[in-house]
Structures are given as C-alpha cells and as structure tokens.
Design a protein around this ligand. Sequence first.
Ligand code: URA
Length: 239
Amino acid sequence: MERLQKVIANYGYTSRRKAEDLIKRQKVMVNGQIITELGTKVSARDVISIDGVIINKDVKHEYYILNKPRNVISSTTDKAGRITVVDLIDTDARIYPIGRLDYDTTGLILLTNDGDFANTLMHPSFEIEKTYIAKLDKVLGKEDILAIKKGIIVDGRKVEVRKFKVKRRDLEKNTEIVEITIIEGRNHIIKKLFRELGVDVVKLSRIAYGFLNVVDLKSGEYRNLTIKEIKKLYALAKE
Ligand code: URA
C-alpha cells in the first residue's frame, strides 16, 4: 500500500505536489469514490482516475536519452511557448525530464514517465558522476584550480569535484575550455561554482551521466535506454 499522491506521481501523470493539489481539488477518484484525504493509501489493485480518466491501466514505462540542443527548455510545457525537451520526443506518453539542464546548456538529459525511476535518480543520495564541458570567459589561475579541486562552497554547501582538467587554453582571447565532473544536481551549479571565482560560463554541455554519454547522438537526437542500462542505473542507486 502506498500514498495516493506518490502512486499518481509514479505513474508519470504529474509531480507529487501537483497530485496533492488534484486530490485537494477533488479531481481524484479511487474505485469510483472521490478522495480528499492526502494520506489515503492505495494498492496496485485500486483503480485511480483523474478528471474521470483512469490513469493506472496499461501504462507502459518509457525511458529516453536525449542530446539536448541549445535554446530548448527542460520542462514538459512552457508558458512562453518555447520548445521543450518533451517536444523533441515522438511519444504520446506523459514523459518528463529527470533533472534539468539550463535553456542554453546542451547535452545529455534523461526523460521518462516512470516516477519511481525518476525519483530514484533525482534523490540527493544518488551520487552519479556528471561530466560537463564548460567554456569560460577567463583563464583560470593555479589557485582557482586548486580551490575547485578542494571544493568551492556554493549556497553554503561544498561542491565535490571528482575530476577537473583544462582541455584548451587561449591566452590571446583569455578564454579556456575545461572538463569538470561532479556528483550533484543542484540547478545552475556549474555556472554558480565558476561565478564564485569571478568567472562566467559562456558555453556548457553535459557529456556524460555515469556510464552514459551522447557521442552517438547528434544535437536533438534521442534513443530509448536499454533494459540493461535501466537496470544498471537502479543498481548504482542501491550501492
Ligand atoms: N550546471 C549549470 O550551471 N547548468 C546546467 O544546465 C547544468 C549544470
């Protein structure tokens, strides 16, 4: 038995918070009865409907890896009408991105309609390595690099940097390209980290997420994750 809002979120219908809203607004029925109690527990046999539409029948879970282009927003809808990562994927399933990349960040992002999978990967305890290539508007000094490796404090918390290397340095233009691997998923974290050093990130791309990468996917291309990859991600979460 699990809490109704969690089950709704796990079916990929919406987030847990929005599911709570729907329950409060009396939009949710279990076995034909309107439910208003947030803590209501349901089992796999209960039939859940929202606005009269049954949500927990034959829901097939889908898992995608996308090479996100620049100027695409990491959400399911956008009030300003901008293209979302979901628009790029040809499916009728209610998929959503697992975590976020900024509007101007490119690279690897996962999407699914499996709430359990998404919650597992987004949980702060899931310390999978994420590697980014960043173009900086300044050349870093030796002390800056030491500070990055030691761990810079951003918003009161140290950013653990697993790997860091300068890939290319242009002394004439005073710019450089670095590769940085971190294990957390706070929003804008890479940009904020460099900002602490007075450096702006002018281009950012996520090239790897644990053992996954997008070298075989052109910008805007995607593919399904394999069963093996999904199992491997779950296994990493249990470590
Ligand atoms: N860090 C950022 O600053 N932006 C991203 O899109 C991802 C990580």
